[in-house]
Write a protein that binds this ligand. Structure first.
Ligand SMILES: [Zn+2]
Length: 451
């Protein structure tokens, strides 16, 4: 208490306007959101949660004092979709006394973690598949706990006086799914783990963003929080029943031990087509190796951070009206038939329910494209599994600035290929958007990133 008073006196006498009502403030929060045993992972995996390898967390911050508050929350979950996405945003908006679209909810996309979609689960309930996508009561409880954490955090928000933006190159994690074979063929065949002797492992890394980006928030010279982002799928191995925040969670926790008092928040970049496949054999020990590489970049980026004063932030939000998947199996009739067919596989019926939920959503509500502008840096949240090409596009749209593009916001889209990937025949059942997505995203990105 004495130290706090001394600090406050110092701030007041040094001319920092702590007493002014529009002083910027920052609140940080965290809460446990680990799924119960027996819960479905990744929406459709056949092996459900059998043991907790390490907890799943929600970690975030609230910016206050320049217009309405802006909330950023990162979940150690696979995806949050449609009505479930609005449940998170609405309740956190109420807790922070702000608007829904100023709550930037993103998942880190670990695969031994849940996918939630309230519309899809309601459809599954109607055909006797209660709880098969996710546990609705557990989900509501997580939102309530995180909302409480937001309220508590705001009550003890700290003055925000400086920010810094920096980056560091990451060694040997990211590689693109797209592989150019020696005979000239192109295929999107690099998964998240590969045999080191395979052509997919030996081929070049392809299009990636090699830089880990970090944005640091300070009260004077004391760091309050760091947002760190890197574009890669976050899993080393999955589908064996071990719930985990995986190597990105390991790196974040190790970095947290170095930075007591500063909330470490990791965000997954736009990485629908980026995995660790070139460098990951899927062996359990490799998880720690990947975590170590990411951690080293976090340390290097933090060491390069240079504080600059901040007196305001700005917020802009675009709207994405994306086209739906063009395939005949993605019509309302076809998906309804699969959902109601009790001889169809569980996976097929869950995918159909998610498709129907998304189709209804697409017809009634565009996807928000929120952008938080800190002056020296912009943070833009893209939907779902946007390919890394969109992250690089966002950076090219503001060559004068520092753009942190984050993926896995509203995630009903599944994969969002670039035009090139569509042209090259990228095909996957985890895709609900159609051709033409790139033009829509480019237009809205241009708008929200403009000064
Ligand atoms: Zn994915």
């Amino acid at each position: 208490m004495f130290r706090y008073c001394a600090l406050l006196c110092l701030l007041l006498t040094s001319g920092v306007t702590a007493a002014e009502p529009d002083q910027l403030r920052l609140a940080t929060f965290a809460a446990d959101i680990t799924i119960p045993l027996g819960h479905r992972c990744m929406g459709v995996l056949p092996i459900k949660a059998q043991r907790i390898e390490d907890p799943l967390e929600a970690r975030g911050l609230v910016l206050l004092g320049s217009g309405k508050p802006v909330v950023i929350v990162a979940l150690d979950w696979c995806e949050v979709r449609n009505g479930a996405y609005d449940q998170w945003r609405d309740q956190l908006a109420t807790a922070a006394k702000t608007d829904r679209n100023r709550v930037m909810v993103c998942s880190l996309h670990q695969h031994d973690a849940p996918v939630t979609d309230s519309g899809a689960q309601a459809l599954l309930d109607s055909v006797g598949m209660q709880g098969e996508l996710y546990d609705v009561a557990f989900h509501a409880d997580c939102i309530a706990r995180v909302s409480d954490a937001v309220r508590t955090a705001i009550a003890s928000a700290q003055p925000l006086t400086h920010v810094a933006a920096s980056e560091a190159k990451v060694a040997q994690i990211a590689s693109n799914r797209r592989v150019e074979y020696p005979d000239g063929r192109v295929g999107y065949n690099r998964g998240s783990r590969m045999d080191p002797k395979s052509a997919e492992a030996e081929s070049d890394a392809g299009e990636i963003d090699p830089f880990l980006k970090s944005i640091h928030f300070y009260n004077g010279d004391r760091e309050l929080a760091t947002l760190t982002s890197y574009a890669t799928h976050p899993m080393s191995y999955y589908g064996r029943g071990g719930v985990t925040a995986d190597f990105v969670g390991m790196a974040r926790r190790r970095r947290q031990l170095d930075t007591e008092g500063s909330m470490q928040i990791y965000l997954t970049g736009c990485s629908g087509d980026v995995t660790a496949g070139k460098y990951n054999d899927g062996a359990p020990a490799t998880r720690g190796i990947l975590a170590d590489r990411l951690y080293r970049a976090m340390v290097e980026a933090a060491a390069a951070a240079k504080r600059q004063s901040i007196t305001e932030y700005d917020f802009r939000c675009g709207e994405l009206q994306l086209p739906f998947h063009e395939g005949e199996e993605f019509t309302e009739e076809a998906m309804t038939a699969v959902l109601q067919d009790d001889t169809a596989s569980e996976k097929a019926r869950i995918l159909a329910a998610m498709g129907l939920s998304s189709l209804e959503r697409l017809e009634t509500q565009p996807i928000d494209l929120p952008c938080l502008d800190l002056g020296i840096a912009q943070i833009v949240l893209l939907p779902g599994e946007a390919f890394v090409g969109y992250q690089l596009m966002a950076q090219r749209l503001r060559p004068d600035s520092f753009v942190m593009a984050v993926g896995f916001g509203e995630s009903w889209t599944g994969y969002i290929p670039t035009k090139r990937a569509f042209d090259e025949g990228f095909g996957h059942s985890w895709r609900w958007v159609g051709r033409g997505s790139e033009a829509v995203i480019r237009e809205q990105l241009t708008r929200v990133l403009a000064e």
